[in-house]
Design a protein. Structure first.
Length: 154
């Protein structure tokens, strides 16, 4: 059986995580959208220490921007903009808030269903993977750290 997707983002890593690659696919279904993530090259877990943030699990969101932009430097992928929040909700309830990615040996796979958007709503936006877990409270972005992966939704 072949699955056809309504939208896809090809994820590339920043200079912080240059081996990071993957896809995030979006499939319409009555009442909402299935989201399928298949990501490799994620950095290993590292606890917060000496003023450095925890690395992993990884914050995972749709962002407003229509391009990823520069993937180098101390603050990559700034062209991706802020979190996509079409309903003006507090963080933790944005339409673009996703579950965190949990990696095993650099690999994370995730599938979930949402009724917050259709694939047509998000084409042209970006998917961002952050280096730290999302706390789902801190406004406006969940304090999930630097952007280590990005892809434009097509």
């Amino acid at each position: 059986m072949t699955l056809f997707y309504d939208a896809i983002a090809y994820i590339s890593g920043s200079s912080i995580a240059p081996r990071l690659r993957g896809t995030v696919k979006f499939k319409s279904q009555d009442g909402g959208t299935w989201v399928y993530a298949d990501i490799s090259g994620l950095p290993p877990f590292s606890p917060a220490a000496d003023g450095k943030p925890q690395i992993s699990p990884f914050g995972f969101h749709i962002h407003d921007g229509n391009q990823c932009g520069d993937n180098t430097g101390d603050n990559p992928f700034q062209s991706a903009g802020g979190h996509w929040n079409p309903d003006g909700q507090l963080h933790g309830n944005h339409a673009g808030d996703f579950p965190v990615l949990i990696a095993s040996h650099g690999l994370a796979k995730l599938a979930f269903f949402t009724d917050r958007f259709t694939p047509e709503d998000i084409i042209g936006h970006t998917v961002i993977i952050h280096q730290s877990p999302d706390d789902y409270r801190t406004q406006p972005s969940g304090d999930s750290g630097l952007r280590i992966g990005c892809g434009v939704i097509m």
